[in-house]
Design a binder for this molecule. Structure first.
Ligand SMILES: [Zn+2]
Length: 239
């Protein structure tokens, strides 16, 4: 089982850990703790390096498998041994861009729900850019400009982002979480991590976000398109 350090500190760029096991055919190691985000909820995994026994391995992919996080090592150096001490370093520029765009998507989601009552049906992100699909019947240039102005107002507002880990029962009492389909969480999950943009948005979410909307930077709505009668897609970028 890997302790997920990024869940409580998304600004951790380097960390010490131990190699729990080594998967030879996959060229992957499982660590006892990690700051590498393994991907999920639309946020891609982190990259970086792992230093073990004097060697530096590129971390080319990270994936969650049950309660373990697998770190796939590039290059052709012989793999480290189980039990070895390791030091992980994130590709911070990439991660921070993902934190900014991920938070920007929450700002978009919260603003559109507040102003138009429209729910999100899907989304995706890459460093610096992302998209969300909303239950909107019509969308045009004027509306899009209105949305762009409204989301940037929230960024400038400097809203705090709070992360909490709650017992499942407690999370299920929060009305704002119900609309984000928290009820679809698998039975076995006993704790729910919530991410709140104070006064704007609250979601059950495992990803990494910035601490304050002011860190997001200016958001541009770069495109929009219809994805069916009641689904409209909005594309954004952060500068
Ligand atoms: Zn999120």
């Amino acid at each position: 089982m890997t302790d997920l350090l990024y869940q409580t500190d998304s600004y951790l760029k380097e960390f010490d850990a131990n190699v729990m096991s080594v998967l030879l055919t996959e060229r992957a190691v499982i660590l006892d703790r990690t700051a590498f985000y393994p991907g999920g909820g639309g946020q891609p995994c982190d990259f970086g390096t792992l230093m073990v026994e004097g060697e530096t391995y590129p971390v080319e992919k990270v994936k969650k498998q049950g309660d373990d996080v697998l770190h796939f090592l590039g290059g052709d150096l012989p793999l480290p041994s189980a039990g070895a001490a390791a030091r992980g370093t994130l590709d911070w520029a990439r991660r921070y861009e993902l934190m900014r765009i991920h938070t920007a998507l929450h700002v978009l989601c919260g603003t559109i729900f507040r102003d138009y009552g429209a729910l999100v049906t899907g989304g995706d992100m890459q460093p610096g850019k992302g998209r969300l699909d909303f239950e909107f019947e019509t969308m045009g240039g004027e509306l899009v400009r209105e949305i762009e102005a409204a989301i940037n107002k929230e960024v400038v507002e400097g809203r705090e982002i709070r992360v909490r880990i709650l017992p499942r029962e407690e999370a299920f009492q929060i009305p704002d979480l119900i609309r984000t389909k928290i009820n679809l969480l698998p039975e076995g999950i006993t704790q729910v991590r919530t991410v709140e943009i104070v006064g704007l948005d609250l979601q059950a979410d495992g990803g990494t976000h910035v601490r304050n909307t002011s860190e997001v930077g200016t958001i541009r709505v770069v495109d929009y398109k219809s994805k069916g009668a009641i689904n409209k897609r909005i594309y954004i970028e952060v500068e």
